[in-house]
Design a protein around this ligand. Structure first.
Ligand code: ZN
Ligand code: ZN
Length: 425
């Protein structure tokens, strides 16, 4: 393998994706870039609607927005034939079947960007070097552009070495990780079923360049949900008693949600992030929309805080005589890496000789929906691992000034391919 050439291609890929970032469930150009490359390499592919269970999809934008994003993806150079094959849902699953007996190993790479504007400051490297986002309110501020570049790098190395591999290798390019929207639908479709091993990693996350974390722990089980309160508009002076005030119901609920009692068995989190209500100054507000999320340290404490939240929403609605409807827009669970796999990953990381420090565990912030895939594989008797690929970063994740250290990507390819070879025996 010509590593220098591979690193150059990966950097170009990452910068191309960085320039054209796409949010959850709209990663059509990104998926097309992945599909074109993997087909060239000789992988057999499943794309789009064939990679998700549509009844398990959460937080997908309205159809009109999806269609507008498909049009944009084609306008920005996304291969139209592949995009049409996706039938409205991004996502790519590639298989390399060696024809020799051996384990099934699935690797997952997430593809979406963050809904944030990229910094326009001249000191921000994507501006200096001409690969800043051209899509408004969309920025690869979590490093998933690097994940896709690493995934394609892994694909190239494994295909070159296919004659010495055994079993089957599956590469899962997942839409909608942000807000935990895509992982569950892919899991329910069965894309990781039959896997003996499941591997994934995240770049950055507070771990600096040259450091590798074998076992990222502490992903918080979470539920994201939209709440719609429907009351009855009325004249604010002439007939206020005939109105039913959705704004007050939502406002009362927001305060009460933040007052949910903590749980003795672990930390919980609640956030009401958006609250919109009302139509006019002199009208009793008939509608209110809330976007909120709950998290817990364990699935049990997360379930506790979510079910309390639902009771509060119903209670606040009853208090003001309005209707309330909740729609889940995302969810993640918890999963722990398997000790045997942590050990193998440690051996592989040491053998690459690329890391100045290897940490047994690192604490992940936030939530992650690869946990559904990990759980599924573990429940079926397989092993799973979530690793942390160190990278110096210029600003915190999800901030418009975020940028990764591109030299951290190649070590990511080397550790993943080394681990696959170790597991494939
Ligand atoms: Zn993120
Ligand atoms: Zn991320």
């Amino acid at each position: 393998m010509d590593w220098q050439r591979l690193e150059k291609i990966m950097t170009e890929t990452r910068r191309d994706l960085h320039r054209y970032p796409e949010g959850a469930w709209t990663e059509f150009r990104t998926s097309a870039v992945v599909a074109v490359r993997l087909e060239e390499l000789g992988y057999s592919l499943t794309v789009g609607l064939d990679t998700v269970d549509p009844s398990a999809v959460m937080g997908r934008p309205a159809q009109a927005e999806v269609e507008a994003r498909i049009k944009r993806a084609k306008g920005q150079g996304g291969n139209p034939a592949w995009i049409d094959k996706m039938r409205g849902y991004p996502g790519v699953v590639a298989a390399l079947k060696t024809g020799r007996p051996g384990p099934v190993i699935s690797l997952r790479f997430d593809m979406d960007c963050v809904d944030v504007d990229e910094a326009d400051s001249p000191g921000h490297r994507p501006n200096q070097e001409g690969f800043a986002s051209v899509n408004p309110h969309a920025c690869h501020a979590c490093g998933h552009d690097a994940h896709v570049a690493i995934g394609l790098g892994v694909a190239e190395v494994l295909m070159e070495r296919k004659d010495s591999l055994t079993g089957e290798i599956r590469l899962v390019f997942q839409p909608g990780e942000e807000g935990c929207r895509g992982g569950y639908a892919m899991t329910q479709k069965g894309v990781v079923d039959g896997s003996d091993y499941f591997l994934t990693l995240h770049i950055g996350g507070g771990v600096p360049s040259g450091v590798f974390g074998l076992n990222a722990l502490g992903h918080l089980p979470t539920t994201k949900f939209d709440v719609e309160f429907t009351g009855k508009p009325a004249h604010a002076a002439g007939a206020p008693h005939e109105g039913r005030n959705a704004l007050l119901a939502a406002a009362s609920a927001a305060l009460a949600l933040h007052g949910i009692a903590p749980h003795k068995d672990g930390a919980t989190r609640v956030n009401v992030g958006v609250l919109n209500a009302g139509t006019g100054r002199n009208v009793i507000p008939g509608k209110a929309l809330m976007k909120a999320e709950t998290r817990g340290e364990t699935q049990e404490t997360a379930d506790y805080v979510y079910s309390r939240a639902q009771e509060i929403l119903k209670g606040a609605a009853a208090m003001y005589g309005v209707e309330v409807e909740t729609v889940k827009t995302g969810a993640g669970t918890d999963a722990r890496g398997d000790a045997a796999l942590v050990k193998k990953a440690g051996e592989a990381a040491r053998e690459t000789g690329l890391f100045r420090e290897i940490r047994e565990t690192v604490q992940a912030g936030g939530s992650e929906d690869a946990t559904w895939m990990m759980r599924r594989v573990q429940e079926n008797g397989g092993q799973a691992l979530y690793m942390a690929l160190g990278s110096d970063i210029r600003a915190p994740h999800h901030n418009g000034c975020f940028d990764i250290d591109e030299s951290a990507m190649l070590p990511g390819v080397k550790i993943l391919t080394a681990l696959v070879e170790k597991l494939g025996g």
